[in-house]
Design a protein around this ligand. Structure first.
Ligand SMILES: [Zn+2]
Length: 105
């Protein structure tokens, strides 16, 4: 029975153990180690310190007023005639500069 010889790099890939990201952190207040997958949600504090912190909550949540065009893509929003005029003038100036260099230089 023929034995198969694998190159060392290939074996290294197979035999590599599974690594897990360390999920423990130092508490920002008491320097205690604690485990958490999302430590930023509790400001990098252990559960005990987090619960000791005052928790402020707003009672009157203001609703954002949305106009009739809030959902439209940018190109379909209201464009004022001033914007159109400025855009046209800018284009004409650029065109004039390009034309000048093409025909007179
Ligand atoms: Zn703590």
């Amino acid at each position: 029975m023929a034995s198969v010889v694998y190159p060392a790099e290939y074996l290294g890939d197979i035999m590599k153990p599974t690594y897990y990201k360390a999920l423990w952190h130092n508490c920002g207040k008491c320097k205690l180690h604690f485990m958490s997958e999302a430590p930023h949600l509790k400001a990098y504090l252990c559960d005990e310190c987090w619960n000791k912190m005052p928790h402020y909550r707003t009672t009157n949540v203001q609703k954002v007023k949305k106009g009739p065009t809030h959902n439209l893509p940018h190109i379909l929003r209201d464009i004022s005639s001033t914007e159109i005029m400025l855009y046209t003038i800018g284009n004409l100036i650029c065109l004039a500069i390009v034309g000048y260099y093409l025909w007179f230089k």
